[in-house]
Design a protein around this ligand. Structure first.
Ligand code: MG
Length: 229
């Protein structure tokens, strides 16, 4: 019997394009100005970017160009994630950004939560961005439904089964009682290798094609975690 559901964001709860265009676009636009600000956070990101890029003399403008390059090529670099988290936090609070969800997702999460399931999020986006994505959801906050968030720095890579072991330990649930929902077959494979139950999301217009042997559905409305053995 499933006791916990862990959801991916991009392609699963939310359109990949919304995450990319909204968060990445806002981050891209704000990076040069934000890095040029005289703040401890910007100084820390600047230092970490210089070190990671091997360019110890890079100024804010050069560092912004480096970070934009990583953003455009989807490099999961820590200074980029930190900057994105902080920049987007400002955007959510100013009303420039909202969490976008497929329409079937909020009612399903509410129903599963009401049924006593514990709900968690595991995404490559930072925990801070994930929390804001749910808190500033366009149709109203979904934060109260979520018991915890995991990202690459707290759990590890999404295609490694060890990451799912780590999350199971943090949740405190046996692997076979955890259901993972994702649009990425490699992530489903890794979760299954850790002993989890999985269902794949193959939503129209999303980029990752489904792959056996997993069960694939179009919407959260087709999933009843309480019916999964
Ligand atoms: Mg995904």
């Amino acid at each position: 019997m499933i006791g916990a559901v862990v959801v991916d964001i991009e392609g699963t709860t939310s359109p990949t394009a919304a995450v990319r265009e909204d968060l990445y676009g806002y981050t891209r636009q704000r990076l040069p100005g934000w890095l040029a600000e005289d703040s401890p956070a910007a100084a820390a990101v600047l230092a970490a970017t210089r070190e990671l890029a091997g360019q110890p003399d890079a100024g804010p403008a050069e560092a912004a160009a480096i970070l934009r390059g990583w953003l455009d090529s989807d490099v999961k670099a820590e200074p980029l994630k930190t900057a994105q988290g902080l920049i987007c936090a400002e955007g959510f609070r100013s009303g420039a950004l909202h969490g976008e969800f497929f329409p079937d997702v909020p009612p399903a999460l509410a129903a599963w939560h009401a049924a006593g399931l514990a709900l968690y999020v595991y995404s490559s986006g930072s925990v801070r961005n994930q929390q804001d994505w749910f808190a500033f959801a366009r149709g109203g906050s979904l934060s109260d439904l979520i018991s915890g968030h995991f990202d690459l720095s707290t759990a590890g890579g999404k295609r490694e089964s060890a990451s799912y072991d780590k999350i199971a330990g943090a949740i405190g649930a046996p692997a076979e009682r955890i259901l993972f929902l994702s649009d990425h077959p490699d992530e489903l494979d890794a979760a299954v290798a850790a002993g989890w139950r999985v269902v794949g999301l193959a939503r129209p217009g999303e980029p990752n094609p489904p792959r056996p042997p997993h069960r694939w559905v179009d919407t959260f409305a087709e999933i009843d975690p309480t019916a999964i053995a």
